[in-house]
Design a binder for this molecule. Sequence first.
Ligand code: SF4
Length: 379
Amino acid sequence: MTSLYVHVPYCEQKCFYCAFNSKAGSGYDDRARFVDAVTAELHRRRDRRPLDTIYIGGGTPSVLEPNLLDRLLHAIADRAGLADGYEWTVEVNPGTAVEAVMPVLAARGVNRVSMGVQSMDPRRLKEMGRLHGPSDVVEAVRLVRSHDIRRFNLDLIYGQPDQSLADWNEDLQTVLALNPEHLSLYCLQYEEGTVWTERRRKGVYDSQDEDLAADMFHRAVAATAVKGLRWYEVSNFSVPGHESRHNGVYWRNEDYEAVGPGAYGREGSVRWKEIEDIKAWTSAALDGSTVRMEEEVLGPVEDYLDLLTSGLRTREGVDLEIVHRKTGLDVSDSLQSHLKSSMESGLLERDGSILRLTDSGILLLDEIVLPFYEALDRR
Ligand code: SF4
């Protein structure tokens, strides 16, 4: 496999909306043991082809001390080398010691940084449990640029409690002034086990206003277009040519290696999940026992629906002929009237065998794909 995801499961502090598999309060020894475990695990994986796309996420990779981060990056590059024109992304939190981390990333050949900004409003950042302020973001971006890393992504969250369209617009304009080549704009999801979900359950926060969230998305489409960015996937906007190649691997259902607690990987028709518990994963990797917790063999129906759904999330759309070739399935003939009415409503476009959602249809993905699920269920 030529794509690799590594999950670093540590954070300085748990953000109030976050359900990712990460833990605050680890010590240096835990983190050093984890880096040893990733190194051991990487050496055990069979495939030795040079890596074309790498993504180190989490958690907060930049919470690792520079010497540990350096060991981790070295272990990855050393395993099989890097392919020509590789893309190597590391998530960097502006609330961590970015000044110390950046020289390590640059020296090891990392060429893309993704930064969790989430908001540029200091009051809102506090409410989210974030440790950084807006000035930390500005400084972190300056540091990324000064290390000649030319590609960076900033993440923002919209649809937050009490967030107005004007608040969102302010966030957008402030981050766009930093001239990112790429933005990931996520609509807030209330996930189980988070502080915010509990607050909503107790009535501290109102239910999310879906119409307002849709207006926020469309506001983002307009504001980013002015700066030369366009949405190419429902949550991702970029200057043409700066799209995330690693995420493209996921969206096309291609194979990728995954290493780390709770990480998902895929090889052929097998999708696996690694052990979620951080200590258990680390011990298994160091002992040389399996780190896989679950394996699922995907059949043609799952593949069809995955390819359809992830393809329709992108501006490129989905080529039904390719999906047919990969899965042996084709239900579009039986859905002619659904496709026709979606096109007449301006939600969907068809160009030969390619189906794509329009700006108006992109947020109605679930409704558009539902008849496909029903048609395949009936088989
Ligand atoms: S949002 Fe990022 S920094 Fe915050 S807890 Fe989740 S993984 Fe950690």
